[in-house]
Structures are given as structure tokens and as C-alpha cells.
Design a protein around this ligand. Sequence first.
Ligand SMILES: Cc1cc2nc3c(=O)[nH]c(=O)nc-3n(C[C@H](O)[C@H](O)[C@H](O)COP(=O)(O)OP(=O)(O)OC[C@H]3O[C@@H](n4cnc5c(N)ncnc54)[C@H](O)[C@@H]3O)c2cc1C
Length: 385
Amino acid sequence: MIVGAGPAGSVAATVLARAGARVRLLDRAAFPRDKLCGDTVNPGTLAVLRRLGLAAAIEERGLPVHGMRLTGENGVVIEGRYPRNRIGRAIVRRDVDWALLESAITAGAMFEPDVPVRRAIVNEASGRRSVAGVVINGQGAGIATDGPERELRAPVTIAADGRHSTLAFGLGLARHPDTPRRWAIGAYVETAAAHTSVLGEMHVRHGRYIGVASVPGGLTNVCLVKPSRPGDPSLRDPASLLRQELAHDPWLRDRFADARLVRPPVLLGPLAIDLQRADMDGLLLAGDASGFIDPITGDGLRFAVRGGELAALAALEALEHGWTGVHARLAARRRREFGAKWRFNRAVRALVASPRAVDAAALSASIAPGLLRAMIAYAGDCART
Ligand SMILES: Cc1cc2nc3c(=O)[nH]c(=O)nc-3n(C[C@H](O)[C@H](O)[C@H](O)COP(=O)(O)OP(=O)(O)OC[C@H]3O[C@@H](n4cnc5c(N)ncnc54)[C@H](O)[C@@H]3O)c2cc1C
């Protein structure tokens, strides 16, 4: 049973179905569905998808991204190309997620849309909790959260239900930390400017940042991430907040002077999630449900697709040999593959939160741009497959 048909869930479903497992993939949404994202798929994510034979649609439809342009306070601009001609793609998430889900269905996974999962079925034996499936709405498809319930049992449940995972939060495995408390506002805009950008863009300002990417269809994706608190009045009107931010930014204001929002922006937050533990038999976590990565480094999708694959391999191990040692081995693999990148992400997240550090980074960027270029390559997962 896989809950969540985003990239983590669909990749896990594909790997499991190809290996001969019976896979039931549930999502509360009907697909294709929108998802707030910066819409860049970095070279490392593409490499994982290519190895799994899942990259074709993204490579066909996405605009090539050859590197990143970073701007900072005081007019600092650094452009870094990905090494060895590696490229990423800019493509709306609706299309990425739909392509990955179609592959999962083709591989044999049974997809059920419009099924909101309410919680896990928990067994308690000798003081040890394990998961035996999930509880959904009793009367089939629908979004009602009250009314009758139905149990769906499975020997393995993969929680791939995203940042605010119903399963991980419901089991007390995840929580929002007190700090940082950041919100994201994402929108698509139309501008008169040409859409030929070959670089993704990250504009780092005191305490906040704005990601910009041209996507197919002549649109530009703009994502603002800023600190805030629940009830912050500025969050009540995300469109005005985004417009003000663009209008006051010396680098972006001319370019977005004629920008027209093509639909109301999406607001998401608080972003950060801390995973307390992930060692309940019967349950595996994948993607954002296994810990949220700050969007500043633009690599959440790599964690999602490779994390989905690793969770699927762990599921196969559990199905064949039982749960002994499965969590420990999965945790070790995740630490080995993701540990350094998690630390990098946390360091960049902390840097952006400190105005002094942002100024210091801008200064060092003008003195030693090579360091920032190396960071761009590292963020793009260029050395990894
Ligand atoms: C502002 C922002 C910008 C970003 N930009 C980038 C970027 O440019 N590049 C990049 O690589 N990463 C980016 N990321 C990160 C990336 O979006 C995530 O890491 C990625 O979406 C994780 O995939 P997932 O499959 O784990 O979760 P999701 O894509 O969130 O999918 C989870 C699925 O679970 C379903 N679900 C949730 N709850 C339930 C429930 N109770 N019952 C049934 N179904 C449920 C949802 O409907 C959804 O389809 C960004 C993130 C943010 C917030």
C-alpha cells in the first residue's frame, strides 16, 4: 500500500510493481493535479529517473536548465553552469507527477484517486507498535473527513503523502519545529520578456529568497519563501505580498513590471518538518514525508525519487525476509546517500536566515565566485546518479 502518488509514491510504486509486488497506490487528489514547486528538476534527479527509465517525458517536454544564476544583496550576481554539460529541466510539476504516475500504472500499480487516508491501522504487541494498513473514508471516493470508515490492510505501507504527512504526523513520528517558520508563495506569471532562460534563478535577500524559472507554455514560475508566523496578516493576501516583493526588488522589478498572475498564488507553510523516528514495522517513509528539505537548494525531487526507490527496495526486503533489520539498513543507506546533502541544505537554510551571513556571502561571492559555483554544482547533484 502506498499513500501519496507524488514523485516518491509513484517511483516506489513503479519499482515495486516491476519487481512483481501487488501495489495499491492511493491519493486524495485526482491526477493530473497541481503542486506548488519551483518546477526545476536538477541533473541528479534526472540521472536517477533516467536510470529507472522514467525520464523521457520530462526530457522531451521540459526546458533545458544549464545551471543557476544567484543574486544577492548589494547587486551581487553569480552564474554557475553545471559541470560536464549536465543539464536539468524546467517543467511544471503537474506534468512531472502525471508522467511518473502513468509509468507506475503502466508497470502494474493499481491507482485509486480521490481517496483521502485518515490514519494508519496500528497493532500493539508486547509494547511494540506496528502498522497494518490504513483507514480511509468508508464510502469509497470522496473528501469527507467524517462519516464511516474503511480499513485497507497491507503487509507494507509506504507513507509518501508529502510534507505534512497524515501518516507520519498522526503516528507522532513528525512535527513542525519551532524554528525556522517559513512560508512559501508560488505563482505562475506571464510577462512580455522572452522565455529563453537557460539558467534557474535564486534571488537571496535578507531573511528570504525568490526562485524564478521559465517553464514551457510561456509562463514564469515565481516562488517566494519568507519567515512568518501563523496569523501573520501579510499571509492573508499572498498575491499582494508577492507583487510588493517583486516591485521592491532592484533586480526583479523591471522584469516583472508588467507581470500578470495567471491564477491566484498558492500559499504553503510552515515548511520545515522534523522527523522524530521512522522505525515502525509495517511502515516505510519516502519523499517529503520522511523529512522536508528546504527548497533553497532546489533538490527536493532528488530526495523524493531516490527515497521512493530506496523505500521500495526496503519494502521488497521486508516482504521476502520480514522486518528484522530493515529500518536500520534503510536508515544507513539514506544517511550514506543523503547525509552530506541534508547538512548542506541546513547550512544554506541557516545562512539565508541571517542578514549578516547573507551580506558576508555576497561579499565572498564577489571575491571568490568559484566557491559559489561549486555550491551550484553541488546543489544540482551533478556528481551523483
Ligand atoms: C516552494 C517550494 C519550491 C520547491 N521547488 C523545488 C524545485 O524546484 N525542485 C525540486 O527538486 N524540489 C522542489 N521542491 C521540493 C519538492 O516539491 C518536494 O520535495 C517533492 O514534491 C516531494 O515529493 P513527494 O512525492 O514526497 O510529495 P508530494 O509531491 O507532496 O506528493 C504527496 C502526495 O500525497 C498526497 N496526499 C497527501 N496526504 C494524503 C492523504 N491523507 N491521503 C491520500 N493522499 C495524500 C497528495 O495529494 C500528493 O499527491 C520545492 C518545494 C517547495 C515547498
